[in-house]
Ligand binder design. Structure first.
Ligand code: MG
Length: 378
């Protein structure tokens, strides 16, 4: 694979549209390096440690949480960016920030907050919430609100997992609607997908939800990796053979991301970062084998993990608790902390922001204190 094959498409830090509030340049860190560091030092970033990814802790100390998931996404995205010759610092900043607006209890928390907000004609969207965090809720600076991140990092957050057209999201009109984000930002969605599919497979296997043979039967390209691990490491435990085959699967997917992106960029004939933005489609892609393996993995995980009885029950219970606490604060705004009193913002918006910022642990403590019931689980 040619080294740095897409260097021509790298977004040059010198062409950044910059920060909302101008700042003096740092003597040895460029703007994307500073953005990465600002995210790592943010309180919202540290809270990821106690936010559920898929499996809640309790059964095992080894499941991913949203922080370890974020680190895995960053590692995968940086590897791909480095091989392709893209900007590793921008990629890393985007990867580290990609889930910073995630509410407690993973997707059930997100869906329930959205359900509550729809009653008021509004929505909860974790990408928009991430922007609110980096633009206003984090307040470490005396001279301006938020982290004052560069345009490209904020745009990457706004376009995480979707592009949009002019007029589609009035609140995102400044983020070049109708255009693609930088190629670095495009890598994040696929790195995220590779990270969570393979991590959920690992965590599901560790939780005893299936065996190697089950994956081999249902996931294209995995069977060959399992057989190779079996032949090469016949004396190893099943767990170690599983990890050997999982490593092969991650490799297949990451290589697929690198090669698929390179092929799409070649076919498109784009020649610089500005062309990447104007191109009608995203250029970050998986090569065909990686796409097939991903589709098979998703189907497998849906059936064996996400819609398994224990996880469905856990999600139902989490959503119910989020709804109860939301309802409780609607009737008792005086119980909200000083920092989250309704003012210019209506009560439902303030309550939504307050709950969305909570860790799982803090949510449980507030729930217990306000509703006087011990939450099930941890
Ligand atoms: Mg993620």
């Amino acid at each position: 694979m040619p080294e740095a094959a897409l260097r021509r498409l790298r977004f040059p830090v010198a062409q950044s549209l910059g920060r909302r509030y101008p700042e003096v340049p740092h003597s040895y860190r460029n703007d994307f390096q500073r953005d990465r560091d600002r995210i790592v030092h943010a309180r919202a970033f540290r809270r990821l440690e106690d936010k559920t990814q898929v499996f809640t802790p309790g059964l095992s100390d080894h499941f991913r949480n949203r922080l370890t998931h974020t680190i895995e996404v960053s590692q995968i995205a940086r590897t791909a960016a480095a091989v392709l010759g893209l900007d590793e610092d921008l990629t890393e900043a985007l990867a580290l920030g990609h889930d910073i607006g995630h509410p407690p209890f993973a997707h059930s928390g997100e869906e329930e907050l959205d359900r509550q907000m729809r009653r008021f004609g509004e929505r909860f969207d974790h990408n928009l919430h991430s922007l609110r965090i980096v633009d206003s809720f984090e307040q470490p600076y005396a001279r301006f609100p938020g982290l004052n991140l560069t345009f490209e990092v904020r745009e990457g957050i706004a376009k995480h997992s979707r592009d949009f057209e002019p007029g589609e999201f009035p609140e995102l009109e400044e983020y070049l609607p109708g255009q693609r984000p930088t190629l670095e930002a495009q890598l994040i969605d696929l790195a995220d997908e590779i990270a969570y599919n393979t991590a959920d497979l690992d965590d599901g296997y560790s939780a005893g939800m299936f065996a190697i043979a089950d994956i081999a039967r249902e996931v294209p390209h995995y069977g060959g990796l399992a057989v190779a691990a079996e032949m090469q490491f016949a004396g190893a435990s099943e767990r170690v053979r599983f990890l050997e085959s999982l490593r092969g699967l991650i490799d297949l997917l990451v290589t697929g991301l690198i090669e698929g992106t390179q092929a799409a960029a070649g076919d498109s004939r784009v020649s610089n970062a500005a062309d990447v933005r104007r191109h009608p489609e995203r250029l970050a892609r998986l090569a065909p084998a990686a796409r097939e393996a991903t589709a098979g993995l998703k189907t497998f995980l849906r059936g064996r993990v996400y819609f398994s009885d224990p996880l469905v029950e856990e999600r139902r219970r989490s959503a119910e608790m989020v709804a109860e606490l939301f309802q409780h604060f609607l009737g008792h705004a005086e119980r909200l902390p000083e920092s989250h009193q309704p003012g210019p913002e209506p009560p439902h918006r303030v309550i939504c922001d307050y709950i969305a910022g909570m860790t799982d642990g803090y949510f449980r403590r507030v729930y217990q204190q306000e509703l006087g019931r011990i939450t099930p689980g941890v």
